[in-house]
Design a protein around this ligand. Structure first.
Ligand code: FDA
Length: 304
């Protein structure tokens, strides 16, 4: 049943018609729990509030299905505005983005130009940029672009998904770049040809890559709401004497807020991923897919 619900929401997340419709009607159906607002001003307020509670942030201007160069350039322009606001307001925030929204599906020149514009601006304001990881089809291309940009810029990292079979090899091959990586379980619907489907196997691979990347001496963001993985990391860093400035925990805005504060109070670096913008639909559906219990929020939201 849970798997059927997950597949259903992941299917909905790819619906272009709903994505367009949702943009027109504003944050609905309880999406406000997971999305900080539709404008940079709302996002900046949310960041300040989190910073005041001792939490670091990475901000994400939401965008799905970018079909042409103009849209990709506009997405990048919005990232530039966000970076300037972070600098101007002195916020403790990084920025996360998806390469498809920068033009990955169009051509490499568009995406590279947009990324260089963003990374230059980010360097000016001392902002770190993380390239989110999307579906398997785009994983190889994303890693190649990350490698190219990492040769030019220091302020860039990317995401590696524990559910993919290729991941262990990626961690090995990326080591020469000493990359700052965010490690996650993986949020897309993938085939058993390329990904573990069982939670047990994903968790095992997740622990494996956390250990590998930390042991290699690289900065590691452990982005999960799963207490078992958090506990594993705590034990590991103790056992291997990993300094607290070599890793951080990350969680999504609106999920396990109290746990976020507890980890920060225990002295761990805790970063919250804060999405904002009008294109909230796909992101929201992926969050519902992760935890069908959240559907209760949708039902409540419908009557607000
Ligand atoms: P898991 O799904 O096993 O959940 C463990 C426990 O956490 C649950 O039992 C529940 O208590 C709680 N929980 C999990 N999800 C919840 C929810 N939606 N609502 C309420 N409670 C919930 N993925 C990707 O493919 N590419 C990417 O770039 C990113 N980026 C990213 C950044 C950050 C900061 C985070 C935290 C996550 C991502 N992800 C991602 C998403 C990631 O791949 C994964 O889908 C989710 O984090 C859910 O998996 P967990 O590790 O939390 O464990």
């Amino acid at each position: 049943m849970e798997k059927a619900m997950r597949d259903f929401f992941l299917f909905l997340s790819k619906n272009r018609g709903m994505t367009k419709l949702a943009k027109r009607y504003g944050l609905r159906f309880g999406a406000k729990r997971f999305v900080a607002g539709e404008t940079i001003d709302f996002a900046a307020e949310a960041i300040k509030d989190l910073n005041d509670q001792g939490l670091a942030v990475t901000i994400d201007y939401l965008g799905e299905f970018v079909d042409n160069e103009k849209e990709a350039n506009e997405m990048a322009d919005n990232c530039l505005i966000a970076i300037e606001e972070i600098g101007k307001r002195g916020l403790n925030s990084q920025l996360s983005l998806k390469l498809t929204s920068m033009g990955l599906d169009l051509n490499e020149n568009v995406v590279m130009n947009n990324m260089r514009r963003i990374l230059d601006k980010a360097q000016e304001h001392n902002v770190f940029i993380t390239i989110d990881m999307e579906d398997y089809e785009r994983c190889g291309k994303t890693i190649e672009i990350f490698k190219k940009l990492k040769r030019e810029y220091d302020n860039i990292g990317t995401v590696i998904q524990a559910y993919l079979y290729r991941t262990e090899q990626d961690i090995r091959e990326l080591n020469e770049y000493q990359p700052n990586l965010r490690l996650v379980k993986g949020a897309y619907k993938e085939s058993p040809d390329v990904a573990f489907l069982e939670k047990k196997n994903v968790d095992e691979n997740y622990k494996n890559i956390i250990r590998m990347h930390l042991e290699n001496g690289n900065y590691t963001a452990i982005a999960t709401h799963d207490d078992a993985i958090i506990e594993y990391t705590k034990q590991l860093v103790k056992e291997y004497n990993i300094p607290y400035n070599q890793f951080e925990f990350q969680m999504l805005f609106g999920i396990r807020n109290e746990r976020q504060l507890e980890l920060a109070a225990e002295g761990y670096k805790m970063r919250v991923y804060v999405p904002y913008g009008t294109d909230w639909y796909g992101y929201f559906m992926r969050r519902l897919a992760e935890r069908p219990a959240n559907v209760a929020f949708v039902l409540k939201g419908m009557f607000k």
